[in-house]
Design a protein around this ligand. Sequence first.
Ligand code: ADP
Length: 150
Amino acid sequence: HSGKNPSRILMDKLHSIKVGDVKSVPIVVTEKCSVYDAAVTMFIEDVGTLIVVREGGFLEGVLSRKDLLKITLGGHDIYKLPVGVIMTRMPNVVTVETEESVWSAAKKLITHEVDALPVVRVSDDNSGVEVVGRLSKTNITRLFVELGES
Ligand code: ADP
């Protein structure tokens, strides 16, 4: 028979939209940033995940709300303690690239049970992965709403 069925059309659509089409600006700190300053940054920037970078914008780790909550309950000096000791560190960070489909990114969010993924570009000389964005569950939800409206 001719034509595509509706679920096939939806599937093609989800696979054709790229991470680069929906990503947000990355909110970054360095690993020397204190736990206190990281928490303040989360409030000011209104994000739930901070991306930890070194000079040049290269990915070092990620920091979530619960990482901060956990360390705050432990009675540490949060004004002195650097986020480098509590963050999830490379190579254990799940990332996406700009050209990946949003479907693939959503699958990673679900599979790895995380709220956000750094969007990265692997540098030409393999010296590291450069952070170029942030993709969160909010980006996926916003897209979902937009697809439902159009
Ligand atoms: P929450 O703190 O709200 O539960 P997440 O579910 O995103 O937020 O984080 C759960 C754990 O996974 C935290 O320890 C965090 O450091 C880690 N994490 C967050 N994002 C990533 C990621 N993209 N790759 C690997 N680990 C991550």
